[in-house]
Design a protein around this ligand. Structure first.
Ligand code: NDP
Ligand code: KPL
Length: 332
């Protein structure tokens, strides 16, 4: 049976690890840390959904990935801000030729992998996402699979994750191919009862999800309001709508237009959304670093590269960068 490690088994990764481990489709290990890790080691990893608790006892749970044997698949669910620091450990953890699946929100560090030289984003800096190119140099293009997450989760106590709506993932190769390894990971997720699809243009899917994160997460973190509360406030809903317009314009400039099936009005309708705490709000409340550059900063970089203004995003970005600075100062 193949070995799979979920690296950063917090809210999303914990959910995926429980589904994979309890379905018996793989030998699952997790990399986590702190009290959450201690709870996983002593009581197992528990997923709560619709009031049902499912507990998985994984093969290994550790904060030191070098204790694990080489893995057939590494699933990375760290926050984007923690990826560079884990590059070395990830490179050592994957068995030769094994894929590393990055499940993250926002623009991924591997954005330029597999893109034609003539792509409209060619030449745009990605330094915000992979500052010293550690990820690119240590992992290389050939190891990466990308994924978009539609699965709201929260660690409600150490070792316990609540999934509050769907649990759906869209996976893809950076070069758009429907490779055998991509299909193998899709089949693994499906066998574990996870809703999963593949996409030949994953960057379009990334932008499709990003409109939600760029317009919702920072406003939630700044106001501390849930998704429904934010959208019930007319001014905040208008603010979110303006950010969506700016992000969509950048997406169009980068050949990543929104899927015509996506209904923006529905996404901005408070009656259609749940009272969720987006991940950036969870980070702000816990005093953790927020994923500001993956969700906003890199869009600004792409916008400038394409010669587009982003006046609303610029203001919100400055505010959440300030909040991130305050959170960092509070941690010291
Ligand atoms: N939560 C959600 O509802 C959603 C999240 N996403 C995206 O999914 C990705 C993952 O987010 P999420 O699951 O919320 O993140 P979490 O913070 O819940 O999970 C990441 C986990 O990795 C741990 N970690 C960080 N660094 C290390 C390390 N060096 N060694 C071991 N463990 C480490 C963290 O510990 P610690 O807590 O101590 O830092 C945490 O437990 C993000 O890109 C997010 O934007 C997408 C959709 C929904
Ligand atoms: C869509 C949303 C807001 C779901 O919670 C999310 O992706 C996040 O929390 O970061």
């Amino acid at each position: 049976m193949q070995t799979v490690t979920v690296f950063g088994a917090g809210a999303v990764g914990g959910n995926v690890a429980v589904k994979l481990a309890t379905s018996g489709v793989a030998k699952v290990s997790v990399v986590a840390r702190g009290e959450h890790l201690k709870a996983i080691q002593t009581r197992g990893l528990t997923l709560v959904r619709d009031g049902t608790r499912t507990t998985a006892h994984v093969e290994h749970a550790t904060d030191d990935a070098s204790e694990l044997p080489p893995q057939d698949l590494v699933i990375v669910t760290l926050k984007a801000t923690a990826l560079s620091g884990a590059a070395e450990a990830l490179a050592r953890l994957r068995a030769p030729g094994a894929p590393v699946l990055f499940l993250t929100n926002g623009i991924p560090w591997w954005w330029a992998h597999g893109l034609p030289a003539a792509h409209p984003s060619s030449g745009a800096s990605l330094d915000l996402l992979d500052p010293s190119r550690t990820l690119r140099d240590r992992l290389g293009a050939e190891s990466v699979l990308g994924g978009v997450i539609y699965s709201p989760n929260e660690v409600i106590e150490p070792g316990v994750i609540v999934n509050r709506a769907r649990n759906h993932y869209v996976l893809g190769e950076p070069d758009g191919s429907l490779s055998a390894r991509l299909e193998a990971v899709r089949a693994l997720f499906a066998a574990a009862g996870i809703e999963v699809a593949t996409h030949t243009e994953l960057r379009r899917e990334i932008f499709g999800k990003l409109i939600l994160n760029a317009s919702g997460n920072p406003v939630a973190a700044l106001t501390r309001l849930t998704t429904r509360e934010r959208l019930e406030d007319t001014d905040l809903r208008d603010l979110s709508a303006r950010i969506i317009d700016e992000v969509m314009a950048v997406g169009v400039a980068l050949d990543c237009p929104l899927d015509p099936d996506v209904d923006i009005d529905e996404q901005l309708d408070p009656a259609r959304v749940k009272g969720l705490r987006p991940s950036m709000l969870q980070d702000a409340l816990a005093g953790r670093t927020m994923e500001v550059d993956a969700m906003l900063g890199q869009i600004q970089v792409f916008a400038r590269h394409a010669g587009l203004p982003t006046p609303t995003l610029d203001v919100v970005l400055a505010l959440v960068r300030g909040l991130n600075q305050h959170l960092a100062q509070s941690r010291t």
